[in-house]
Design a protein around this ligand. Structure first.
Ligand SMILES: NC(=O)c1ccc[n+]([C@@H]2O[C@H](COP(=O)([O-])OP(=O)(O)OC[C@H]3O[C@@H](n4cnc5c(N)ncnc54)[C@H](O)[C@@H]3O)[C@@H](O)[C@H]2O)c1
Length: 365
């Protein structure tokens, strides 16, 4: 039986438009026709998935799309290597060749790669069609499906082509996590831990106490961790949709993390793994700057280890290589790298006052 546990809202109401949307969290939601009916009644649907998720969950979604108009399914090759304009072309070709109209609804069934690309294709299709996120990885459920950042990679770097395009709804079916490989699951936990570090000290303490339950994918623990994570992300996005201010806090650990991914070549470490090591370095930097107690770094390392995440750089990576790679991160503003630091557990701040020497010291620590 489907069970809707939580409905949260990303509050984007303004004087001129209300683009607020619900995030629904529960069990069996993808197969629940009552979730789909208000979304799809009488309109065409372009269901986008990948060749790993499609065979697992595609049929359940299609069977629940009762009352929808024409249905077109697009199955992309799975993986970050396919997050490119060729896949966008594939989605748009299918939508156009099947004569979909702007009223059709794009549905993203998959991880962050499918979600980012479906959202971008929807933003481009006939100058903007609606889309719904149905995230099936932990990372996508707690992070990429909420907030409207969509896009693809370019040879010059990750996520360089894209658009802000908010979904109409996010449908999080906790049951889909049962098939997620262990490494992907742990990588998603890195972003969950991040929310505790930047916004909610109590949540961080709860995560530490419940690491075992999370590792075993205990349904109650997962539902709480995902709800709390989505609530934090929703609040940050509502406060700063286009990343002019506080939304940058969500990049905690990511400047280091992106640099690790760039040096290694994407695909060696998962994004969440690189972010996990990056958060340790960013926390150490905060200690070095005198804003954070070193105890927090110890607690973070213990938590990372408890859930199977790295706590330091890959063995063969030098401080010099990391520094160079960080300089070319796209979060550089006016030639300066902005660092997200912790002023205390549960509170993030942005600073540019970090020297190369500081970075070298935390890397070598
Ligand atoms: N838009 C944003 O705000 C935002 C935020 C963070 C990350 N991202 C993006 O998200 C992407 C990473 O997303 P991801 O970690 O979900 O990776 P992913 O989409 O590549 O999924 C990881 C792998 O798991 C498979 N998979 C997905 N769900 C599954 C399930 N339930 N069972 C079995 N296998 C399943 C996929 O087919 C894929 O092979 C990156 O491209 C990143 O840039 C975007």
């Amino acid at each position: 039986m489907p069970e809707l546990l939580h409905t949260l809202y990303v509050d984007l109401a303004s004087a001129t438009a209300n683009r607020s949307y619900p995030i629904q969290i529960g069990h069996g939601l993808i197969a629940d026709a009552s979730i789909w009916q208000p979304l799809v009644e009488g309109r065409g649907v372009i269901l986008v998935t990948d060749d790993q998720v499609g065979p697992l969950y595609g049929e359940a979604v299609k069977a629940a799309l009762i009352g929808a108009g024409q249905l077109t399914e697009v199955v992309l090759s799975a993986g970050e290597a396919h997050k490119d304009m060729t896949s966008i072309q594939q989605i748009l070709d299918a939508a156009l060749q099947n004569k979909h109209e702007r009223s059709s609804l794009f549905v993203a069934l998959g991880g962050g790669v499918v979600g980012d690309m479906t959202g971008f294709a929807a933003a481009c299709f006939l100058r903007g069609a609606d889309f719904v996120q149905v995230p099936t990885t932990l990372l996508a459920q707690v992070d990429s499906s909420v907030g409207g950042k969509t896009g693809v990679n370019h040879a010059m770097g990750k996520n360089l082509i894209g658009a802000f395009h908010q979904p109409r709804q996010v449908v999080i079916d906790l049951d889909t996590l049962s098939t997620l490989p262990a490494r992907e699951f742990a990588a998603g936990l890195a972003e969950v831990i991040k929310y505790g570090l930047i916004r909610d000290a109590e949540f961080f303490v709860w995560l530490t106490a419940n690491a075992e339950a999370l590792n075993s994918r205990d349904a109650t623990a997962l539902a709480f961790a995902i709800e709390r994570s989505c609530a934090i992300k929703a609040a940050v996005v509502a406060a700063d949709e286009r990343e002019g201010g506080v939304r940058a806090h969500l990049n905690f650990g990511h400047t280091f993390g992106h640099a690790i991914e760039r040096i290694q070549g994407y695909g060696e470490w998962l994004h969440g793994e690189a972010v996990a090591a990056g958060m340790v370095l960013a926390s150490r930097l905060s200690v070095l700057q005198g804003t954070l107690e070193s105890r927090v770094v110890d607690d973070l390392m213990a938590l990372n280890q408890a859930v199977g995440l790295p706590v330091s750089l890959p063995a063969d990576m030098t401080a010099q290589a990391l520094l160079e790679a960080m300089g070319s991160d796209k979060k550089v503003s006016g030639g300066k790298v902005r660092y997200i630091m912790l002023s205390q557990l549960g509170e993030a701040v942005v600073t540019e006052n970090v020297t190369e020497d500081d970075i070298a010291r935390v890397i070598d620590a």
